[in-house]
Write a protein that binds this ligand. Structure first.
Ligand code: DGL
Length: 266
């Protein structure tokens, strides 16, 4: 048994959608979460920058005694997962990518959309997933990063969010897709609005449960599961802790404490 925490990081608060799935599947596990709010969004930065920030985040999480790292950000995963695994060979690292394979299987009409940040939408990583697993489907990638900023502003159903979602999703409605993949960990927090706009009949898929299952499999296999009846959950940010606390508390619908990371991680 190993009571060290599962560690997650994201450019901001979106990784908490993955955190929720992990905590619900593995309720005896402690967690430590780092949001790199100071540098959000990652999507507009170059690959080297994202890799540098990811390295910093992982070093910090290892210093907090992490037993496994979850890169709870599609953009950081497509930009850096191979690099992270290479420079940290001694700790398991799980990434988050859009669930293209599942979408291809679930889509009856063989037509689906993928909503992500621009960087993920344009990435070779996503293109390869589509080529490999969805060659028999029409796939419509939609990239938008402004939604990330709105969510970090605490907006889940504001007029701005609804108008932007309508603009992004109406073309997919016209294409008659029957599945929509959420390829950014921020977007599950907009699920209700997205479902309203895209229609009840469209199946919305995110990566949360698949990632949580993968974490569980690795912990089981490596004999790292915890039996702690009183697990703890710690939240850190490189941004303004009071602002981040308000946003996260709203997203998770529970009060939490957010601490600042040490200067070396800034
Ligand atoms: N949550 C991140 C993702 O899954 C947002 C990326 C960003 O900061 O651009 O891609």
């Amino acid at each position: 048994m190993d009571t060290r925490p599962i560690a997650l990081f994201d450019s901001g608060s979106g990784g908490l959608s993955i955190w929720k799935s992990i905590v619900s599947l593995l309720p005896l596990e402690s967690t430590v979460y780092m949001g790199d709010h100071r540098y959000i969004p990652y999507s507009t930065k170059n690959v080297e920058f994202i890799q540098r920030r990811g390295k910093c985040a992982i070093q910090f999480l290892i210093s907090r005694k992490a037993k496994i790292i979850v890169v709870a950000c599609n953009t950081a995963t497509v930009a850096g997962i191979d690099y992270f695994r290479k420079i940290f060979p001694d700790i398991p690292i799980v990434g988050v990518v859009p669930v293209i394979k599942t979408a291809a299987k679930m889509s009856q009409k063989k037509k689906f959309g993928v909503l992500s940040t621009e960087r993920t939408a344009k990435s070779d990583y996503q293109k390869k997933l589509i080529r490999t697993f969805a060659s028999d489907c029409e796939v419509y990638p939609v990239g938008n990063t402004q939604l990330v900023s709105l969510i970090e502003n605490g907006e889940k159903d504001s007029v701005r969010v609804v108008e932007l979602l309508e603009k992004l999703l109406n073309p997919l409605c016209k294409k008659d897709v029957d599945v929509l993949v959420l390829g950014c960990t921020h977007f599950p927090f907009l699920r209700t609005q997205i479902q309203k706009i895209i229609g009840k009949s469209v199946l919305i898929l995110d990566s949360g449960d698949a990632v949580a299952m993968q974490v569980k499999r690795i912990l089981e296999h490596e004999n790292l599961l915890s039996d702690n009846q009183k697990p703890t959950h710690q939240f850190f940010t490189t941004g303004n802790p009071a602002k981040v606390r308000d946003v996260i508390s709203r997203l998770l619908e529970r009060g939490i404490v957010v601490k600042t990371v040490p200067d070396s991680v800034q």
